[in-house]
Design a protein around this ligand. Sequence first.
Ligand code: CU
Length: 156
Amino acid sequence: MKLFYASLLALMLSPLQSFGAAAKCELAVQSGIDANGKPNPMAFNVKSIEVPASCKKFKITLENKSTLPKTAMGHNLVVAEAGKMAAVTAAAMKAGIKNEYLQKGSGEITATKLLGPSEKDSVTLVVANLKKGSAYKFFCTFPGHSAMMQGDLSVK
Ligand SMILES: [Cu+2]
């Protein structure tokens, strides 16, 4: 009988344990805040993103903490292969503010909307579509921002 209760207890605990060990398949990123948590109009608070290979999907939510208007200091978060970042940012500059500084189909894997103060948007990466060991970047395509606002993204 003691053994029965012991195995029942183990059964009850196991879902909790696997939940605790499960990889986190989402991440909150802020713009307008630097990696040290200090206000910085042109920064992300995250410098690199590791996407767990065990996640089917990986959600990134960008929240813009900058207080400057979208037309002057809007931010987005775009994901692309590292080798395509320059092409995506160049195309975004040409696309202009009327297209929220993104030329769709220029090489981005996914992109949030361009955010003004206190705005939020999320994107979801399908992890099976990313290659383990490949170099990806996340960055902001507002003209001039990607020099400061960028980081590495990889599948681990
Ligand atoms: Cu920006």
